[in-house]
Design a protein around this ligand. Structure first.
Ligand code: 13P
Length: 248
């Protein structure tokens, strides 16, 4: 499968940010590109769908409720994201796990909801600084993999994003060796859990990916794409990151 370059805008972006997506879509038209995804706030999906239609850019949501509809004030279902033009949804981002106390079981239910609605899920996992420093990284990742990735995950419906929490928004990127070591562990655990279906699931790295480090990260062993926060907000930066992808 192609590498996946995904942008997570988080809680950033008003209607004026459409200009960035227009620039991105125009720059990528007719070019050989990896898979490119922009996950804006859900409020912008409808406004952006026409812009990306004739381009390789796809849209995604940043979270979804596990249920299809109902009395859940403020929540958005996977069906609503699909209806608004999304093809993907990020689930289990560390900011959701922290801010909204989402458990791995809830994340797994959200991934199932994504599939029910016809979306692919990007399931996020990652350890804190303290967990890494105390030698618990592998235990934490294993528990998140076992609890957050449903048994029906395949390369078509799922990507897994390794986002060490200490590298998110800090400018502190994990070293190539750290990334390769974590990805090898995650791949082995996913294969142990899912068997052959786990072999082709794309593993993305996220955490302070920027134009200056994207190429090295995207060429690291076991890296099938990146999940980019801050540097995905500007088309010029995001394009420079996309340029670092492997195209074979
Ligand atoms: P930054 O790229 O801003 O560090 O964010 C990473 C992230 O959380 C993407 O989901």
């Amino acid at each position: 499968m192609k590498q996946l370059i995904a942008g997570n805008w988080k809680m950033n972006g008003l209607l004026a940010a459409k200009a960035e997506v227009v620039a991105l879509a125009n720059a990528l038209k007719g070019r050989a590109v990896p898979e490119v995804l922009v996950c804006p706030p859900a409020t912008l999906l409808r406004a952006l769908i026409d812009t990306v239609e004739q381009s390789p850019v796809r849209l995604g949501g940043q979270s979804c409720h596990a249920k299809e509809s109902g009395a859940h004030t403020g929540d958005i279902s996977a069906e609503m994201l699909k209806d608004a033009g999304a093809s993907y949804v990020i689930v289990g981002h560390s900011e959701r796990r922290t801010d909204h106390k989402e458990s791995s079981a809830e994340v797994a239910a959200q991934a199932n909801a994504a599939w029910r609605a016809g979306l692919a899920a990007i399931i996020c996992i990652g350890e804190t600084d303290a967990e890494r420093a105390s030698g618990r990284m592998q235990d934490v990742l294993a528990a998140q993999i076992d609890g957050s990735i449903p048994a029906a995950a395949t390369a078509q419906n799922t990507a897994v994003a390794y986002e060490p929490i200490w590298a998110i928004g800090t400018g502190k990127t994990a070293s190539r060796a750290d990334i390769e070591e974590a990805h090898a562990f995650i791949r082995a655990r996913i294969e142990a859990k899912l068997g052959a279906a786990g072999r082709a699931i794309r593993l993305l790295y996220g955490g302070s990916v920027k134009p200056s480090n994207a190429k090295e990260i995207l060429h690291a062993k076991g890296v099938d794409g990146v999940l980019v926060g801050g540097a995905s907000l500007k088309a010029s930066d995001f394009l420079a990151i996309i340029d670092g992808a492997k195209l074979d």
